[in-house]
Design a binder for this molecule. Sequence first.
Ligand code: DGJ
Length: 734
Amino acid sequence: MRSTTLRILAGRLAVPCLVCAAVHAQSIRYTEGRKIWLLTTRESSYAMGVGPDGALRNLYWGGPLWRVEDLPAAAPRRDISSFDPRQMLENEEFPGWGGPRYYEPAVKIAREDGDRDLVLRYASHRIQGDGLDITLKDVNDPIEVTLHYRVYPDYGIVARSATVRNGTTRAFTVNSAQSAAWYLPPGDGYRLTYLSGRWAAETQINREPIHEGQKVLESRKGHTSHNFNPWFSIDAGNAGEEHGRVWFGALAWSGNWRITVEQTPYRQVRVTGGMNSFDFAYRLKPGESLDTPQFFAGFSAAGFGGASRTLHRFTREKILPGGLSSRLRPVLYNSWEATTFNVNEAGQKALAEKASKLGVELFVVDDGWFGKRNNDRAGLGDWFVNPQKFPQGLKPLIDAVNQLNMDFGLWVEPEMINADSDLYRAHPDWVINFTSRPRSELRNQMILNMARSDVKEYIFGLLDKLATEYNIRYFKWDMNRSFSEPGWPEADAADEQKLWVQYVRNLYEIIDRLRARHPKLEIESCSGGGGRVDLGILQRVDEVWASDNTEAFDRLRIQEGFSQVYPAKVMSAWVTDVPNMNTRSTPLAYRFLVAMQGALGIGANLNRWSDSDSALATKMIALYKRIRSTVQLGDLHRLLSPRESDVTANQYISADGKQSVVFAFRHSQEYNTAAPTLYLQGLEEKALYKVEATDNKLVERQPQLSGAYLMRAGLNVNLRGDFDSTAVILERVQ
Ligand code: DGJ
C-alpha cells in the first residue's frame, strides 16, 4: 500500500487520493453474487454487471469509487411502448445488432444463409492482474465475443478491445467490429470536443453541444487521416482547462476507424468506436476470429487540461516504444524545405556542417536521394541510392554526419510507387486496384498493396537492407496519399475487403520486425504531415510529423489541438524560413519558441542564414537543451488559447516539479493594450522559484517568487506589436 501511495503522489495528483489508494492494490474487483465488476484507476472507475437475463450492462463511468456494493444491479428495464423497447433504454456493454436495437451496434454479422441477428449474453470471464476478459455468446449459435479490459491503475486509463470468434461450422461475415461502446451518466448538456482538419491545417479544435442523433468522426481513407483524429472528449457542459468533468478516449488504429457519438431519445449519451463499418466485410471461417483495435479511455475531474495530462503521461510511459526508458528526442535538422528534391552529397555535407555548429544532434536527408527522384513524378519504389547525387552511396555522407557528432536519418515512403519506376514496370499488379477500373493517382503515386504477403516482405526487406547497410538511426516514414479503388484482385472476392485491416496489420508488423532487428532504430511517422497520428502508430514510432504547415502562428493552433491528445515529446516541430505557407513572416525567435514546445527541429535553408540568425539559433538550441526534459516529459498547462486571446501561453512543469517553463506569444497588439496576466498552474504554493527571463520582456523583476504569487498574482510579459514572444524559466529553490 505504501508504495502504491507513493506512486500516486509521484504522478502528482493534486489531492492525495485515499479512495484510489484503498482500491489500488486491486484494480479489478468482482462480486460473484451480483456479477458486478468494478475497475478502478487513480482518476476513474468503470463498472458493468450481468443482469438476470444474462445481458452485460454498463453501470458506471466516472470518478473513482471504492465500494462495489454501492452499484445498482444490472437489472433489465421495461418497454416504454412497442416503439421504445427496453433494449433501447439499457446501457448494453457491447450490443450486437439483433433484436429490437436501433442505435449504433458494437458488432454486426451476416450469416451465409442471410440471418443477421446477433444477441449476446454473458458466458464466462477471467481476471488476470490488471486484465479482464468477459466472453459473451450469442443466444443460439456458438458465436462468441470476448471483451478485453486492461486497467492502468496508476495512469487513469482503461483499455478496451474485442475478439469476435466463429465457433460455428459455417462462415459468416462481420460487417461492423467495434472496440467498445462507452456510456456517459444519463443527462443533458454534454459537449463534444473533437479534432478536425485537412492537409496543412490539422488538429483544429471543435467544441459543440451534443444533441439527439449521431455525430460521426471517421476515416475512410485507409490511413488515420488529416480530417479527423481518432479521439473524443466529452464534458458535462461547463469544463474548462483546469476544472470540470471530462470523459475521453483515443483509438489505437491507423486505418479506417470510426467514432460515433450518439444521444438517443432516452437521454443516453453513448460513444461507439473501432473499425469503420463503411465498406467493411470481414469473413470468418469456422474457428477464425477477428480482433478489434484498442480503445483507451479515461475520466478527469480536472478539466480538459487534466484529461490531456493523463493521456500524455500514459502515452509517454505505456504507449511509446521503450516507454520511460526511451531517450529524449534529439534536436534534428531536415533538409526538405531547404533543398526539396535537389539533394546531393556535397550540398548535404555543407548543411550538416552548419547544422552541427548550431547544436543539432540528428541530421535527416529527406525526399530525393533514391531512384530517378528529381521531382514527385518518378522514383517511388526504386529504393537504390541515386548514383548522380551520391556517386559513392550514402556512406561518405553518413560518415561525415557521424564525425560531426550527429546521428543520421533518412526519409522513406515505402508504401508508395510512381508509374515511372522500375518497380512498377516489373510489378504493376502490386498496387491496390480494381482490375477493370482506372487507377487514380494522387501526387502522381499509387499505393502498394501491403496487405499482400509478398509486398509486405519486399517492403520489410528494403528497409532492413538500408538499416543493415548504413548507420541509419532514424527513418522518417512518409505516406503521401489516401487510398482509392481499394481492390485486392488476388484475394477471394469474399475476402477482398479484408485489405482495409490486413494493410494496417502488415504496416505494424513491418515496423515491429524492423525495430526488433535494429533496436537502436527510431522512426518518425509522417503522412504528408499529420495524416497518420494515432495511438496505434505511436506504439511503434518515436515521433510524428504534426503538419506540413510550419508557419509558426498557424502552428500554435495546430499544436494546441495536437496537445489535447498527444504529448510534446512526440510532436516533431521545425523552425523554417519565412515567408512560408501563407506568406506570413514571423521573427526567428518567435519561430524557435513555437517549435521548442515540441521535439525541436530545424527545417530552414541554413545556407541563407545570416551570422546573427545562426547566433540566435545556437542560443535557442542551447536553451532548448536546458528545458527539453521539462517540455518533453513534463505536465502541460495551456494557460491562454490562440483561439480565444491575442496571447497564447503554455506552461510545462518537470516531472519532479523542479523546473517550469512558460512560453508566451502575441499575435497582434491592438490599441497599445498590455498582454493579459499569466496565472501559472501546478506549482507548489509554499515553494520559492528562481525566475529567469530569457529576454527583457518579463515585467516582474524580483529574482524569486513564491508558487502562491505565481499562481494567484501571476506573471506579466511585455509583448508588443505583431508576433512578439518570450519564455520564462522557473527553477524551484531547494
Ligand atoms: C511530405 C512530408 O510531410 C514532408 O515533410 C516531406 O517529407 C515531403 N513529403 C517529401 O516528399
